[in-house]
Write a protein that binds this ligand. Structure first.
Ligand code: GLN
Ligand code: ZN
Length: 759
């Protein structure tokens, strides 16, 4: 049998989130760093064993991290921003990630199109780098002591630079000459570890559209890395999309193998003959590392068949499509799940068996399988078959509704709508509002928990929520805010709350996926056709409206955000699933308006997150994403005002798309980035009304009246007062009342004072 099963990387947080727990305890000064290290080394061992026991041949070291692999790489190179330079060791490491007294944390941003966030290295031309390879070398030895010879995972120099920022404003790629010698030194040290060492160098930057300048770095860089030692075999790995422009160049370098994602980058198939001719090994990413679904092994074998038409089997290694970091750990602890649904799932540990099974079957003739393999294949087929017909998944009425669906747009133009809305709603220029949530206190969290655990009755629970809503309404009236919200106390999370009420959604007990540092999320998953059995928000919003004569805004999460923050079924295109959600939400919009709610906000916090990595795929995404936002609000009558909220400020590339969503009012997150970014709204003559956040809710700081006034004046330079709304830059649920109250009071005071000045 061939050595042909491969895992790009493995989750590190631990099957019971052990790493999270020990890190947080260390940060709270409740345990020593030694204890962190002890847990870390136990986890590494356990994770290696899982892979070894599954029979995986290529297992990684250095895929572990106490916080993040990009941070580890910066740390390894000694790329430490000046503000941290009086710190050392773990104190330095965690300070870079999380901040320290006066030194603010380094920025964090999304890892490609995943929900994982990495620390953005800060580089500058006058930095002096110095290699510290100890983590990498030690992890290799640790595994070796367990009898496991690992491949060593590294983030490649080109990707490292591509994802870094230059604080001295230059181009990060210019620094290749400074960091390449350190990578060479690193490989020299790695070469001492063993007779032969395999190194997986991740270069996912090449799945994006790159300038020739960047592509031209490949050859000189990899020629130099490959010449370091004959003991080292280099694998270059990309994932999440195709990397064809780079593949063409990599085949002409002395690397040993190329890892490609054939599931999220089907175009990689176009490169097969190029790879075949080069004689390089192909690490074929054919088991999905981005989802929670069992792989349909027959389909995988068909895909491999396509590959082996061009590349001989001996040249191919079977792999996950990317690191399994992006899937939950193991199904072992899912005790409450419907067994029919559970049978369709596969988390990281289960995916190991899939990789191994595919690799074993692949290396033989299909007619030559042993009994165990035949059995496993049959079980897998049965699971796939049951999905095709299960009544849990397929809902004829949803499918019929989708087919017959016609309501894609609001009937009246924006100009007509806004004119009438202004007459009816009678809000002044610089109308004040908030984004939706108010502080989630311990009491309301406890009430939700107690209700879930059946420790308090429905009546008791509702009473507690109503009391909270009463307080929110009273405070907003007192402080003089014009468009009120109910505060969202009943929502644990803006997606989960809706997912729990939609048919077609499932939930896990232990489906945690690392989001950043010690933080994990547990996305709900869509397994079947989506519908709304009953209204989801009407009772709460109507109750809140009954408590005030002012306008109460109804709050919904938009279809694209619900989709982007869920695991999505793999038997239907995302665009169709999104449309199903949109239609379900449109019923909610209609019900809210029938209940007398005059303004409805449909949040699209994750609209931008769903953007494809390749420019030529953007159009398709925007088309259905805009369509589905519009479907969700299409029932809104001319006088119902639709708001949306987006958690970012960079709209330059997508401003026309945002305008096409046709919301009457959009609130956005400009507070932290200044209003430089707002100019785009003016430049393109953006039609609709806008509420740029006037203060940053991500910090506990209370903004003064003066400060907010200054901010509003800046806004007035770019936007006319008739179009401007005044609000904080995001929901307030993570803040404390002590911060929220004075901040909003100051915000309203600032508006009053500006209005006086304007009159
Ligand atoms: N309405 C939500 C809230 O205020 C919006 C949050 C968000 O966009 N992230 O919490
Ligand atoms: Zn937000």
């Amino acid at each position: 049998m061939l050595n042909n099963s491969y895992v790009v990387g493995f989750p590190r947080i631990g099957e019971q989130r052990e790493l999270k727990k020990i890190l947080e305890s260390f940060w709270a000064k409740k345990c020593s760093f030694k204890e962190v290290q002890k847990i870390a080394s136990e986890l590494k061992k356990r994770h290696w064993l899982y892979q070894k026991d599954a029979g995986i041949h290529f297992i990684s070291s250095n895929d572990f991290s106490l916080y993040d692999n990009m941070l580890d790489t910066a740390f390894m190179l000694g790329a430490v921003p000046k503000r941290f330079q009086n710190l050392q060791k773990e104190e330095l490491y965690f300070a870079m990630a999380r901040g320290h007294e006066e030194a603010t944390a380094m920025e964090m941003t999304k890892w490609f199109n995943t929900n994982y966030h990495y620390i953005v290295p800060e580089l500058s031309a006058d930095d002096i780098y110095k290699l510290n390879a100890s983590k990498i070398l030690e992890e290799y030895k640790e595994a070796k002591e367990q009898g496991i010879t690992t491949k060593i995972n590294l983030i490649g120099p080109i990707t490292f630079l591509g994802l870094s920022k230059r604080i001295d404003k230059g181009d990060p790629y210019e620094l290749i000459g400074k960091i390449l010698p350190l990578y060479k030194q690193l490989l020299q040290q790695i070469a001492q570890l063993d007779k032969e060492v395999i190194v997986q160098i991740d270069e996912p930057i090449f799945v994006k559209d790159n300038e020739t300048k960047v592509l031209s770095l490949i050859k000189p860089t990899y020629e130099r890395l490959c010449e370091v030692s004959e003991n080292i075999k280099i694998i270059v790995s990309t994932y999440f999309e195709h990397s064809n422009e780079a593949t063409k160049i990599f085949v002409d370098t002395p690397i040993w193998a190329l890892g490609l994602d054939f599931l999220h980058g089907k175009e990689n198939l176009h490169m097969l003959s190029t790879i075949e001719e080069s004689g390089k090994k192909l690490i074929a990413g054919v088991i999905d590392g981005r989802n929670i679904w069992k792989n349909n092994i027959n389909k995988t074998l068909q895909l491999l068949n396509q590959i082996t038409k061009v590349i001989p089997k001996e040249q191919i290694i079977i792999s996950s499509s990317c690191s399994l970091l992006h899937t939950p750990f193991t199904l072992k602890y899912e005790e409450k799940m419907n067994p029919e649904i559970k049978n369709w799932l596969s988390y990281a540990v289960e995916k190991l068996d899939e990789i191994k099974l595919v690799a074993d079957i692949f290396s033989k003739d299909l007619n030559n399988l042993n009994q165990k393999e035949q059995k496993l294949l049959q079980v897998n087929q049965e699971a796939s078959e049951s999905k095709k017909t299960s009544s849990l998944i397929h809902d004829a009425s949803v499918q019929k509704r989708i087919k017959d669906f016609k309501l894609f747009n609001r009937t009246d133009s924006y100009e007509k709508r806004i004119k009438l809305q202004k007459e009816i709603l009678k809000y002044e220029d610089l109308a004040t509002t908030t984004i939706g949530s108010f502080p989630q206190t311990n009491e309301i969290r406890k009430a939700r928990r107690d209700f879930k655990n059946k420790e308090i009755s429905k009546e008791q629970y509702e009473q507690k929520m109503k009391n909270y809503i009463d307080e929110c309404v009273a405070f907003q009236e007192e402080c003089g805010i014009e468009v009120l919200v109910h505060g969202e106390p009943e929502r644990n999370d803006m997606v989960e709350y809706f997912a729990e009420q939609l048919k077609g959604y499932g939930f896990s007990q232990n489906g945690w996926v690392q989001s950043y540092g010690s933080r994990c999320v547990k996305p709900p998953f869509i397994f079947g056709d989506i519908s709304r059995p009953q209204p989801m928000t009407i009772d709460w919003i109507s109750y809140a409206q009954s408590k005030t004569k002012k306008i109460m805004k109804g709050m919904l999460t938009g279809p694209v955000t619900i989709l982007n923050w869920s695991f999505v079924r793999d038997d239907k295109p995302r665009s169709e699933v999104s449309k199903q959600i949109a239609i379900a939400l449109s019923d909610e919009v209609d019900d809210l308006q029938k209940a007398g709610i005059k303004i409805i906000q449909v949040d699209e916090a994750a609209f931008k997150e769903g953007y494809p990595l390749r420019d030529n795929k953007i159009n398709e995404y925007e088309t259905w994403a805009v369509r589905d936002f519009k479907i969700s609000v299409a029932p809104a009558l001319i006088h119902t005002q639709i708001h949306t909220h987006m958690c970012y400020s960079e709209f330059n590339d997508i401003i026309k798309t945002i305008e096409a969503m046709d919301a009457d009012v959009i609130s956005i997150e400009t507070a932290r980035s200044g209003n430089e970014l707002l100019k785009i709204f003016k430049q393109i003559g953006y039609k609709q009304e806008i509420g740029p956040g006037v203060y940053d809710i991500h910090s506990p700081r209370i903004p003064s009246v003066m400060e907010i006034k200054k901010q509003i004046k800046l806004l007035l330079k770019v936007l006319p007062k008739e179009k401007l709304w005044i609000n904080p830059d995001c929901g307030l649920k993570t803040r404390k009342w002590e911060e929220v109250k004075p901040s909003l009071i100051n915000m309203v005071k600032a508006v009053k004072s500006i209005r006086e000045e304007l009159n």
